[in-house]
Design a protein around this ligand. Structure first.
Ligand code: ADP
Ligand code: MG
Length: 723
């Protein structure tokens, strides 16, 4: 998605890939299904890694290198070859030598092919990792290139070889590609031709000024060197240039959206002297933190301006984003507008509805809740209220973005836990008003690279501190053998009037036999372990009223232990709950565990989160190398959401953590969201200042850039418009 697919220009780059030497119709067909249609696509088919084979030595030198395990290249003459062994054990042995000695090369299998592949006296370059057999150096399955007979040692043109003697690219491949010979070896040949014949003709897309201020490699050079670098330095310069492009074009899109919203659209200019908002703040049972106050100020400024607000409110779990949003919604209501508040789950929407009702007390505001689980008649009723303006604040799930929901006068859109929604849902909801202000909130504290990528067009407010009086959550890692002591912990907390969560990964045993099922365990917990306590079950498949009833009861302190699936993961707020036991914790992602843990430690009492795992090594108490335990340890060691998120990304990668497309996070081919922070900053600076100076890229020196931009985002243009 981030890679230019077909160039629109009639340049050589858009030549069908079939015409590259060594491709042909059959390979072209397979390549096409892998998304490679043109020469340009092929050039953007980047290596997944490299082998450094520039180390060329004399055969005689190999003897003292066998223990270094290094990749080396030798040049020699085929002295003799033979097959040995039978059937599956057969192997092909080739001996090559130069004036200084000789060395054996071995291939296991494929004997018949190799027997025909060589003849004595021909000259070869051999590359591979050196091993040792019977006290002598040996190459196993080395790569080789044939040298023409007249190529003397001094004149070997290493650049003309495919597999030996240089920094050799390794390519991603698939079963289908391999069937037509496109493994790393096959790709090397094809790309050697493609880079030689076409890389030079790829037009430069970045303006000269950007290339020179950023000291970037020219595009043609980068496209050659990413495949066949002459040195590691050249390879990293090529990578930097191509990664810059990826980041730059996305930032250009964001810069454009940001610019358009700020300068070309008129939104609503609210009067922010709101009696309702003041009334709310004055009646809160706590003091707002300075972070909350600052966020409210920034939001109010945006709302007062006639530019549509497009703001991200970021703050770790429990930092108190909800009241900030409510304040903003009251400003809209005071101005005669409706506010919509969208949450990712019904349980959460219901909780917000309760919270708002409670916080608003006697303030004259009409709240309505709209979720999928309601009866048809009720929903009809609510929709009518929304349509005629009777509903001033509408809280709901994605049911809000359905077609038949229309607002009388929508002025403010708030999206809670934005990372759970796609970019599209945000824009659909916004589309239900006349350029309403938009506030998106997220507790997933994402590293800067990611937030600049996913929310780079939004202005950001960040709440950094937690409300006063919060106590650090203690996080313990326990083996599932220790369950008795956990139950004791729960018992003692409950006896002091506190409440507990026990969380299971899934609700039915069928998914996997060794995963505890919430339903099954609920029965055991209620009947055998805690027969004297009030235990309830909550999961996503319960009917709406049932969920509502259970959550209400838990919030009211009428339930001691809530056995649940991850439906409580986001947003749930019951400050009296002080214990959370997470079963099969290794099955959850880190960020998810952090969110779950955020359900406790919300009041002034000390809280404990216990991560329970079967992991063998934990049980043995020994050395652990498992990835799962490493993850869990991170959580036990830090409460800081940013650290957790960064670790999670490092361990699982952005695609896994965020889900790809629908989260609005583009897939990068070569840029690395974790490590390219500095590069991203540079790309973003250039993109924003460029759009500042020439918003529509109309200057002649930006013509190529404009064209490239349009091609980059052909499939994203609708998003560019709705933003
Ligand atoms: P989140 O940012 O995770 O959405 P919430 O808005 O749900 O957090 O707030 C978490 C809890 O903290 C709620 O019970 C809320 O009432 C309470 N809270 C919010 N602001 C403050 C504050 N300034 N002082 C004390 N408690 C607060
Ligand atoms: Mg929240």
């Amino acid at each position: 998605m981030m890679t230019p697919s077909d160039a629109g220009t009639a340049d050589m780059a858009s030549t069908p890939v079939q015409f590259v030497k060594g491709v042909g119709p059959r390979r072209a067909e397979v390549l096409e299904s892998a998304g490679v249609r043109t020469v340009r696509d092929l050039l953007y088919y980047f290596p997944r890694g490299y082998l450094d084979r520039r180390h060329v030595v004399r055969v005689g030198e190999l003897r003292r290198m066998t223990d270094t395990g290094a990749d080396v290249t030798v040049v020699g003459e085929v002295r003799r070859f033979a097959t040995a062994g039978f059937g599956p054990k057969s192997r092909f042995i080739l001996v090559i030598g130069d004036e200084t000695g000789s060395v054996e090369c071995v291939w296991f299998g494929g004997v018949r092919y190799y027997q025909k592949a060589f003849h004595t006296g021909e000259r070869l370059a051999i590359s591979g990792r050196l091993s040792e057999f019977g006290g002598r150096p040996q190459f196993q399955h080395p790569e080789f290139d044939r040298l023409s007979p007249d190529e003397g040692e001094e004149e070997i043109n290493w650049d003309s070889l495919y597999h030996t003697g240089g920094v050799i690219p390794l390519y991603p491949s698939t079963e289908e590609l391999r069937k037509v010979g496109l493994d790393s070896r096959g790709f090397r040949r094809v790309l050697k031709h493609a880079t030689a014949s076409y890389a030079e003709s790829i037009p430069e897309v970045l303006p000269e000024s950007v290339i020179s201020t950023q000291h970037l490699a020219p595009l043609p050079l980068a496209l050659r060197a990413i495949h066949f670098p002459r040195s590691p330095e050249e390879q990293s310069a090529a990578r930097e240039r191509l990664a810059f492009d990826e980041l730059f074009f996305l930032q250009l899109l964001l810069a454009y959206r940001h610019h358009r919203v700020r300068t070309e659209e008129r939104g609503i200019s609210f009067s922010v002297e709101s009696r309702l908002a003041r009334g709310l703040v004055d009646s809160l049972p706590f003091e707002l933190t300075s972070g909350q106050r600052k966020a409210i100020r920034e939001i109010a400024e945006d709302m007062a301006s006639d530019r549509p607000m497009n703001r991200l409110l970021q703050g770790d779990v429990g930092s108190g984003k909800t009241v900030v949003a409510l304040t903003a919604m009251l400003i809209a209501v005071d101005n005669g507008y409706q506010s919509a508040f969208m949450a990712p789950t019904e349980i959460l929407a219901e909780q917000h509805f309760r919270t708002f009702s409670r916080l608003l007390g006697n303030l004259p505001v009409t709240l309505r809740l709209l979720i999928g689980g309601q009866s048809k008649r009720l929903r009809e009723d609510i929709r009518e209220d929304v349509r005629n303006g009777g509903a001033q604040i509408v809280i709901g799930t994605h049911a809000l973005v359905q077609e038949h929901v229309s607002f009388a006068k929508l002025g403010l859109v708030v999206i809670d836990e934005q990372h759970r929604f796609g970019v599209l849902q945000r824009s659909v909801l916004r589309g239900k008003g006349e350029r309403p202000d938009v506030l998106v909130m997220t507790a997933t504290p994402i590293p800067r690279t990611l937030s600049l990528t996913m929310y780079g067009d939004l202005d950001a407010s960040v709440i950094r501190e937690m409300p006063k009086g919060r106590r650090a959550i203690r996080t313990l890692l326990r083996s599932d053998q220790d369950r008795e002591s956990l139950y004791d912990l729960i018992r003692s907390e409950v006896s002091r009037g506190r409440q507990a969560y026990i969380v299971y990964p899934i609700i039915e045993e069928s998914e996997s036999l060794d995963v505890e099922s919430a339903e099954e365990n609920y029965r055991v917990l209620r009947e055998r372990v805690f027969p004297d306590l009030r235990v309830a079950l909550l999961h996503g498949r319960l009917a709406s009223e049932e969920k509502d009833r259970v959550m209400n009861a838990f919030a009211a302190g009428e339930i001691d232990i809530l056995v649940s699936t991850t439906v409580i993961e986001v947003g749930i707020d019951v400050p009296n709950a002080t214990v959370m036991v997470i079963e099969s914790a290794e099955r959850f992602g880190l960020s998810q565990l952090h969110q779950l843990r955020g359900r406790i430690g919300r009041g002034s009492e000390a809280s404990t989160c216990v991560l329970v795992t079967k992991e063998e090594s934990l049980r043995r108490g020994g050395e652990d190398r498992s990835e799962a335990l490493t993850r869990l340890r991170v959580l036990a060691e830090t409460l800081d959401g940013f650290t957790v998120a960064e670790e999670d990304l490092r361990l699982r990668g952005p695609g896994e953590v965020f889900g790809t497309r629908q989260s609005g996070l583009p897939e990068f081919r070569i840029a690395d969201l974790l490590n390219d922070v500095a590069l991203l900053d540079r790309a973003r600076r250039e993109a924003f200042s460029l759009v500042d100076a020439d918003p529509h890229l109309r200057r002649p020196e930006h013509a190529a850039l404009r064209m490239e931009f349009e091609h980059h985002f052909r499939d994203l243009l609708d998003l560019a418009h709705v933003g």
